[in-house]
Design a protein around this ligand. Structure first.
Ligand code: HEM
Length: 323
């Protein structure tokens, strides 16, 4: 072939590469992305997360939830970490306001990474690694994190309100919310197992606890409902473990609780309520290793959610604001 000419298959390849670069799609992610750019990355993030979890066990749960709330809103682009700017950010959205936490854990991890490798590593990748480390530090599985994400320059409060399922959701709505992201019902059930750690405010399950008292069609263990009413009293902000069985261990206690109708949120118990996920919930309740394996795979799939093609992206220096 003459110099300067490009064969038809090469042209197709070049066009595909150009498209992928413009779209910033997940196809570009690689476990080796920072091997040369920032070899210290993974131990640096793990150290920061370990320090936070040692100071406050719930920090691990907080970071894990941050990753979910990032990826479900315009892809895993760290948009959830942006403080309000010209437009209202995601931090103030209904599912996040006075609820989402752990931002300072990611700030600390990112600061340590910036010190080691200035301007090289995106906040979205720091968050993806921190979520993996949080799970393994709490006793859960580990997995290889694909890297190379870039950060959004803007956040969308409307998208956060529209994309994150609420605690009153029924099973069909939960399945639909995950299907809309290309995730299966099985992924949804496995990922919901994240509620094996962390806490929820009484406001998010008060209706379920009261319906339990009234015998109002809510699948809830009566003793458990009474315990919840006692724990909450009149305080909407009081915090109760999502997994009553083993609150701070990343294990299958959440699923064992569901089988006993001790799910905290209505949306939790919907996974074991005579519907399509009952068999899987029973399996995870019996077999912690099966849950751990499915959870790790589903986290990788959730972590592949990419921003829409054409979204302006960058590697932010501060996770709280665009460069
Ligand atoms: C299936 C749909 C889901 C719903 C409806 C849901 C809803 C909720 C709600 C209402 C809370 C308590 C918030 C508060 O009281 O302030 C919560 C906490 C939490 N969620 Fe979910 N969630 C879902 C899926 C997920 C997924 C997929 C993950 C991660 C992979 C996750 C991780 C967490 C964690 C770790 C907490 C505890 C956070 C903390 O203690 O700071 N959730 N979730």
């Amino acid at each position: 072939m003459a110099a300067g000419t490009v064969s038809v298959p090469s042209r197709v390849l070049l066009l595909s590469l150009a498209f992928l670069a413009a779209a910033g799609t997940a196809a570009a992610l690689s476990t080796k992305y920072y091997d040369k750019r920032c070899p210290a990355l993974q131990p640096t993030v793990r150290f920061a997360v370990a320090r936070a979890v040692a100071a406050d066990t719930n920090a691990g749960a907080a970071v894990l939830r941050l990753f979910f709330h990032d990826c479900f809103v315009n892809g895993c682009d760290a948009s959830v970490l942006l403080d309000d700017g010209a437009a209202p950010g995601e931090k103030g959205a209904g599912p996040n306001a006075n609820s989402l936490r752990g931002y300072e854990v990611i700030d600390a991890a990112k600061a340590a990474v910036e010190a080691a490798c200035p301007g090289a590593v995106s906040c979205a990748d720091v968050l993806a690694l921190a979520a993996r480390d949080a799970v393994s530090l709490l006793g859960g599985p580990s997995w290889n994190v694909r890297l190379g994400r870039r950060d959004a320059r803007a956040a969308s409060r409307d998208a956060a309100n529209a994309n994150l399922p609420g605690p009153g959701s029924g099973l069909p709505a939960l399945v639909a919310a995950f299907r809309a992201k290309g995730l299966s019902a099985r992924d949804m059930t496995a990922l919901s197992g994240a509620h094996t750690v962390g806490r929820a405010r009484c406001a998010t399950f008060r209706a379920r606890a009261s319906a339990g008292a009234a015998g109002g069609g809510e699948a809830i263990n009566g003793t458990f409902a009474a315990e919840l009413r006692e724990a909450c009293g009149g305080a909407d902000g009081a915090l109760v473990p999502l997994d009553a069985v083993t609150p701070d261990a990343f294990d299958n206690g959440y699923f064992r609780g569901l089988v006993e109708r001790r799910g905290l949120l209505h949306s939790d118990q919907e996974l074991f309520s005579g519907g399509s996920q009952d068999t899987l919930v029973r399996r995870y309740a019996r077999d912690g290793a099966a849950f751990a394996a499915d959870f790790a795979k589903a986290m990788v799939r959730m972590g592949n959610l990419a921003p829409a093609p054409g979204t302006p992206l960058e590697v932010r220096v501060s996770c709280r604001r665009p460069n």
